[in-house]
Design a protein around this ligand. Structure first.
Ligand code: URA
Length: 439
C-alpha cells in the first residue's frame, strides 16, 4: 500500500477500504506521510466526497490516534454535549448543571473561541479562580461526586484531527460536511460518554448557513455516533440572531446563572430545556417529553439546577461572587419606533469582538468583561430613543466602530413575529437516521 495509490483512487472517486484510510491516518500521525499528500487527500475528499463508510472509518482512525477517557468507573448514564458554535451561545453553562441536577453525568471537554464564536472555556475563565485544567483523576472524582465537570480539551485527544484541521484551514477544505462531522465526532468519541447530544446551528452566525445544510451535517454526525454504539441526537437550532441577550464572557456567565434560576431570556431557556429533554429521553430517565419537561422545570423552579451550577463552579475553584463587573461605555438607541424585526447575529458578534470579547488570532488576549448586552429581542416593540444595546469595553477609542456594527444589526419595522428557534431533531429510528421537524 502506498499514499500515491490512495490519492489516485480518491481522485478517481473509487471507494477507499478501511485499511487504506487507516494507512493514511496512522502514517500521517507518525509524521511519515507529508503535509502535501495529506492536503491532496483533503482536496480530493472535498471535491469527490466521502461515503458514509469512509467517513465512519476516517473518524475512527482519528479517534484512535490519541488518548481516550475512561468513564467506566463513573456509574450512571454519561452524556456529552456539543454545539457547532454561535453568537451568545452559553447553552453548555446552563445545560451541563441542569442535566446533572436531573441525575445525568456530564463530562465535557470544551474549547476556546476564535473569530466570531465564543468558547465555553473563555466564558468559564471569566470567573475568578476557575480551573479549566485538572488532572484526569481529579476530574473523574468530581464527576463521581457532583456529576458535572468542564475542562479545556487537551491536545492528546484525536491529535490526527488537530493536525488535519490545521491543513484544512489553509487549503480551503474546512467546510465539507463529512470532514466537519469526522472532526467533531473523533473528539466526542474520545470522551467516551454513553450518549452524545448535538446542537447543530444554522444561519448567518453559524458554520452551516441553511437549515437544510445543518440537517445534512446532523445526519452524518448521528450516523457516526450510532455506528460507534453511542446514542446520538442532534437538535437543529437557529443562529440567525444571537442566543439570549448577552454576548461576551462574564456577561454570558451572568445570563446562564439567571437562566438556571428561571429568570433568563425565553429563547435561551427554551433551547436548554429542549436539549435537556432529549438528554433525559436518551438516558431512559423519562418516558416522554411531557414528563421530562415537567422534571426540568421543577429543577429550575426549586433552585436545584442553580445549586448544581454553584457546586460545579466551586468544585473547579471558581468564585462566582467575584465575577468582574462590566463597565458600560456606551449605548445604542433606536432611531425610530416599531418592532424589532431582526437582530443580525454576525454584526453583533463583530461588535463584541471589537469590544475585546473574542480573538481574531489564536494569540490574542480577551477581555473577560467586554461585550454587548442586548436590551431587546426579536418581536419586541420599541420607541424612538429606547436603548437597544449596552456596550462594555476598555477600548473606548473604538466605540464608533461598535456602534456602526450595531446600526446594521438592528432592523426595526412593523413585523412582530419571531422566526422559530428550533427546526427539529435528527435521531436514529430502527435502521435509519431521520429528521423530525418541530411541531
Ligand atoms: N469544529 C470541529 O471540531 N471541526 C470542524 O471541522 C469544524 C468545527
Amino acid at each position: 500500500m502506498n499514499m500515491y495509490d490512495i490519492l489516485y483512487k480518491k481522485r478517481e472517486s473509487q471507494p477507499l477500504s478501511q485499511a487504506e484510510i487507516a494507512y493514511f491516518i496512522q502514517g500521517f500521525t507518525r509524521g511519515e506521510i507529508p503535509d502535501y499528500q495529506a492536503s491532496a487527500f483533503l482536496m480530493a475528499a472535498f471535491i469527490n466526497g466521502l461515503s458514509p463508510d469512509e467517513t465512519v472509518e476516517l473518524t475512527r482512525q482519528m479517534l484512535l490516534s490519541g488518548d481516550m477517557l475512561d468513564l467506566s468507573g463513573i456509574g450512571g448514564f454519561t452524556l456529552d454535549k456539543h454545539s457547532t458554535g454561535g453568537v451568545g451561545d452559553k447553552t453548555s453553562l446552563v445545560l451541563a448543571p441542569l442535566l446533572a441536577a436531573a441525575g445525568i453525568v456530564v463530562p465535557k471537554l470544551s474549547g476556546r473561541g476564535l473569530g466570531h464564536t465564543g468558547g465555553t472555556i473563555d466564558k468559564l475563565e471569566s470567573i475568578p479562580g476557575f480551573q479549566t485544567e485538572l488532572a484526569m483523576e481529579e476530574f473523574l472524582d468530581q464527576l463521581r461526586q457532583i456529576g458535572v465537570g468542564i475542562l479545556s480539551a487537551s491536545g492528546d485527544l484525536a491529535p490526527a484531527d488537530k493536525a488535519l484541521y490545521a491543513l484544512r484551514d489553509v487549503t480551503a477544505t474546512v467546510d465539507h460536511p463529512s470532514l466537519i462531522a469526522s472532526s467533531i465526532m473523533s473528539k466526542k468519541l474520545a470522551v467516551g460518554a454513553d450518549g452524545i447530544l448535538l446542537d447543530v446551528k444554522f444561519g448567518e452566525g453559524a458554520f452551516m448557513k441553511t437549515a437544510e445544510d445543518a440537517i445534512e451535517l446532523s445526519k452524518i454526525l448521528v450516523d457516526i455516533g450510532e455506528k460507534n454504539s453511542k446514542q446520538t441526537r442532534a437538535l437543529i437550532s437557529s443562529m440567525e440572531t444571537p442566543l439570549g441577550k448577552a454576548v461576551g464572557n462574564s456577561l454570558e456567565v451572568r445570563e446562564a446563572a439567571l437562566t438556571l434560576q428561571g429568570k433568563g431570556p425565553a429563547d435561551l431557556q427554551e433551547l436548554c430545556v429542549q436539549l435537556a429533554i432529549h438528554g433525559l429521553l436518551m438516558s431512559g430517565k423519562c418516558r416522554d417529553e411531557t414528563e421530562a419537561q415537567c422534571r426540568l422545570l421543577d429543577l429550575i423552579d426549586s433552585g436545584a439546577a442553580y445549586e448544581k451550577f454553584l457546586d460545579f463552579i466551586r468544585f473547579q475553584g471558581g468564585d462566582i461572587d467575584s465575577l468582574p463587573v462590566e463597565k458600560e461605555v456606551g449605548v445604542y438607541r433606536a432611531r425610530s419606533s416599531g418592532y424589532v424585526e431582526r437582530i443580525h447575529s454576525l454584526p453583533v458578534a463583530k461588535a463584541a469582538l471589537i469590544c475585546g470579547a473574542g480573538r481574531q488570532t489564536k494569540a490574542d488576549c480577551i477581555d473577560p468583561t467586554a461585550g454587548i448586552l442586548l436590551h431587546v429581542q426579536e418581536g419586541e416593540r420599541v420607541e424612538e430613543g429606547d436603548i437597544l444595546a449596552s456596550i462594555f469595553s476598555k477600548r473606548e477609542n473604538r466605540i464608533q466602530e461598535v456602534l456602526d456594527y450595531l446600526e446594521v444589526a438592528f432592523i426595526l419595522g412593523e413585523r412582530k413575529e419571531r422566526s422559530p428557534l428550533i427546526k427539529g431533531v435528527v435521531c436514529r429510528e430502527e435502521d435509519s437516521i431521520v429528521f423530525h421537524p418541530s411541531k
